[in-house]
Design a protein around this ligand. Structure first.
Ligand SMILES: C[S@@+](CC[C@H](N)C(=O)[O-])C[C@H]1O[C@@H](n2cnc3c(N)ncnc32)[C@H](O)[C@@H]1O
Length: 263
C-alpha cells in the first residue's frame, strides 16, 4: 500500500527500521519481533545510512524504557486508558498485549494511521485515531473515568512550543501519567544538521524547557537520561564513546525520558 508521508511523518519509518535492525543484532536491546515483518510490507522502506543506524541503540533503549514503564502501569491497573501518541507503526500494543479492561488509543496523523490500519487491522479494545495531538477536538472523546497513561515517544520535539503546550495540558488531566522523551535545547539545533532530517525537510521545534513549561505545577515523578540508558545497554567502543559523551557538558541531558503524574 502506498501513502504519501510528509516531513516528520517519514521519521516513523526510520524508528521502525531501527527496531528491525536491533532485533536482527546479536545483542538486541528492544527485540521488537514485529518490526522486520511490518517493514517488509511497507512500500519503499528506508535504508538506514550510517548516521541513522548509529542511533539504533538510543532509539531502542528509549522504546524499551517506555515499554517497561507501560508494563508497570498495566500491572497496577486492570481498567485504564492508554494513549499512544505519535505511535507511527510501532508494535507496542502487540508487545504489551494489554488485558480486556484497557482501552488503548493509537494516535497519529492521517496518512500514518491509514497505513497503520492497513498493516495491523482491527483489534478488540484498541482504537486508532487519525488526528494531530495539537488539535483539541479529538481529546474530548478520550474517556476520563479511569486512570490514564499517555505515551509520547519521539513526538514532542516535532511539535512547536504551542503544540507541546496543547498536547501536554490535554494529556495531564487528573489521574493521568505522562511518559515522554524530550531533547535539550542544543539538540534541536544539531538535529537540523542531520542529513536524513534535512532530506525529509523536518527538524526539532521544541525542547525539555517547553515540556517543563507545559507541565507547569504537575509533579515530575522521574527523569532518566537516555544517554546513560543507552551506555548501559551497549558494549565495547559504542558504550565507551557514549559514556565519554555523557561526561561532556550537557551530554547526559541531551535526551531524557520524563514521567509526570497528576493525582
Ligand atoms: C520519530 S516518529 C516516532 C514514531 C513512534 N513513536 C516510534 O517510536 O516508532 C514521530 C511520529 O510522530 C508523529 N507526529 C508528528 N507530529 C504529530 C502530530 N502533530 N500529531 C500526531 N502525530 C504526530 C509522526 O507522524 C510520526 O509518526
Amino acid at each position: 500500500m502506498t501513502v504519501h508521508l510528509q516531513q516528520e511523518q517519514q521519521t516513523m519509518l526510520w524508528t521502525l527500521a531501527m527496531h528491525a535492525h536491533d532485533a536482527a543484532s546479536t545483542r538486541p536491546i528492544l527485540g521488537d519481533r514485529y518490526a522486520a515483518d511490518l517493514l517488509d510490507r511497507v512500500d519503499d522502506p528506508p535504508r538506514l545510512g550510517l548516521s541513522l543506524a548509529g542511533n539504533t541503540p538510543l532509539i531502542c533503549a528509549r522504546a524499551k524504557l517506555i515499554d517497561d514503564a507501560a508494563r508497570a502501569f498495566l500491572a497496577r491497573h486492570d481498567e485504564a486508558v492508554v494513549l499512544h501518541l505519535g505511535c507511527g507503526l510501532d508494535s507496542r500494543l502487540l508487545r504489551l498485549d494489554p488485558g480486556p479492561g484497557i482501552r488503548w488509543f493509537d494516535v497519529d496523523q492521517d496518512p500514518v494511521i491509514e497505513l497503520r490500519r492497513e498493516l495491523y487491522g482491527e483489534r478488540e479494545g484498541a482504537t486508532s485515531v487519525a488526528a494531530s495531538v495539537t488539535d483539541p477536538g479529538w481529546w474530548a472523546q478520550v474517556p476520563d473515568d479511569v486512570p490514564r497513561l499517555v505515551l509520547a515517544e519521539g513526538l514532542l520535539m516535532y511539535l512547536d512550543p504551542e503544540g507541546v503546550h496543547t498536547a501536554v495540558t490535554h494529556a495531564l488531566t487528573p489521574g493521568s501519567t505522562l511518559v515522554a522523551d524530550t531533547v535539550a535545547p542544543w539538540v534541536t539545533w544539531i538535529a537540523g544538521l542531520q542529513p536524513a532530517m534535512r532530506a525529509a525537510d523536518t527538524g526539532f521545534l521544541s525542547s525539555t524547557n517547553d515540556l517543563a513549561a507545559a507541565a507547569g505545577a504537575v509533579n515530575l515523578e522521574d527523569e532518566l537520561s537516555l544517554v546513560d540508558a543507552t551506555a548501559t545497554r551497549t558494549g565495547g567502543l559504542t558504550s565507551t564513546a557514549i559514556r565519554l559523551f555523557a561526561l561532556a557538558s550537557g551530554g547526559r541531558d541531551a535526551m531524557v525520558l520524563r514521567t509526570y503524574r497528576r493525582p
